[in-house]
Design a protein. Structure first.
Length: 394
């Protein structure tokens, strides 16, 4: 999630706040801060440890009381204040340095998070997540996947407005926030919000909404009666802004409908987020679900939407997690269905290495390639983990 800003754009951003801009309004004494449901949900999803710290009375004070923390936070505050109204400088000032991160991580109580590798590791991931967002939406860093990530080319005045609004929002009191610890977390959340990149909470709760009929059916299903627990239909997004479903996506849907008609698959998991192209208003999984129902008559209670994956690696990772949520046996095969080129990629040794590099583990075992468009897949027991050690992927 990073975008490249031109030298001209950077110069305009550094010109400061719009004329007449003033400081954010202070909260009234005795009046509790407003609760922002979108920001709260995004905070809980992306930064669960710091969200829990903000919600627990006294948690921030206990961290600040740890050796070196108050001085470090004061230095960060002074660094930000020295920027004045220079909005680009402010974004840079809020980036956590390695030494600041290390000091904060050591101060986090070990019982704060439920991460399977400990609160310190979780805190490190979340701080790095803040830095990724700041560098992406504030400082022009090029993303790993520039076709789908980052803000893209936007009007310089709009870019300046987003940075100014993020600064103001990060210093405007918000209920259950860790702002008293450091404003960078709310600044990062605000950058996502003002950039219309709140994709991570677009379908919460994932077991409700569109998935409610399938989740209800899964509670009473006899998994042994099915050859495959699920068919995982991978995403392959369009590259034009007004296209709801790509040409390959329509092919995937046809493949899925024909394969499901054989009657040996319990569920169809359609996987694909709001990713292609950058800024699209369509969520691929939702569009595939609609096509399966409207064009092919597949029952709604047989379709599970996985609306967050942005890459083939996360198609399989997130589908595996959904199989766990549905209660599917992990010693039962699933089936991956996609176009021949993507199928060949998934079957390759290079794809296994890509999973290790990008996710930190392999979400399942890719088995036999049954046809040019079908592969068997066995989800990994690692999918049961509460907090797999994945890098943050906003």
């Amino acid at each position: 999630m990073r975008f490249r800003a031109s030298i001209a754009l950077a110069a305009l951003l550094m010109a400061g706040a719009p004329a007449g801009a003033g400081p954010p309004a202070a909260s009234l004494i005795g009046v509790p801060p407003a609760g922002d449901r979108v920001m709260a949900a995004l905070s809980q999803r992306l930064f669960p440890l710091f969200d829990a710290i903000g919600a627990e009375p006294g948690a921030v004070d206990r961290i600040i009381a740890k050796p070196g923390i108050a001085a470090m936070l004061a230095a960060r505050t002074a660094r930000r204040a020295a920027c004045g109204q220079d909005v680009v400088c402010i974004a840079q000032a809020l980036v956590w340095t390695p030494s600041e991160t290390a000091l904060l991580v050591r101060a986090i109580p070990q019982d704060t998070a439920h991460a399977d590798d400990g609160a310190a590791a979780q805190a490190g991931r979340e701080v790095e997540g803040v830095n990724v967002i700041l560098r992406t939406y504030g400082l022009g860093q090029v993303p790993r996947y520039p076709q789908i990530d980052g803000a893209g080319a936007i009007d310089p005045q709009e870019a300046r407005a987003r940075l100014q609004a993020a600064d103001w929002l990060s210093r405007t009191p918000r209920a259950r926030s860790a702002q008293r610890l450091d404003t960078s977390i709310d600044y990062a959340l605000a950058l996502l919000d003002v950039s219309d990149r709140t994709d991570a909470i677009g379908f919460d709760p994932l077991t409700g909404g569109l998935n409610a009929p399938a989740v209800k059916r899964a509670r009473s299903i006899d998994w042994k009666a099915w050859r495959y627990s699920a068919m995982i239909v991978t995403g392959v997004g369009p590259e034009t802004p007004d296209t709801a479903l790509s040409p390959f996506g329509k092919y995937h849907v046809r493949l899925a409908a024909e394969r499901f008609a054989r009657g040996d698959i319990a569920f169809v998991i359609v996987s694909g987020g709001r990713a292609h192209p950058r800024g699209t208003r369509f969520t691929e999984a939702e569009q595939m679900r609609s096509a399966l129902i409207d064009r092919y008559g597949v029952p709604a209670d047989a379709i599970v939407v996985e609306p967050y994956a942005r890459h083939t690696t996360t198609n399989l990772r997130n589908a595996s997690r959904l199989l766990v949520a549905l209660g599917a046996p992990l010693d039962q095969d699933a089936l991956v269905v996609c176009n021949p080129g993507q199928s060949e990629t998934i079957a390759s040794a290079a794809f296994t290495q890509r999973n290790l590099a990008e996710l930190g583990y392999v979400p399942g075992e890719v088995g036999q390639r049954l046809s040019p468009t079908e592969l068997s897949f066995r989800p990994s027991p690692l999918s049961k983990r509460i907090d797999p050690r994945d890098p943050l992927d906003p």
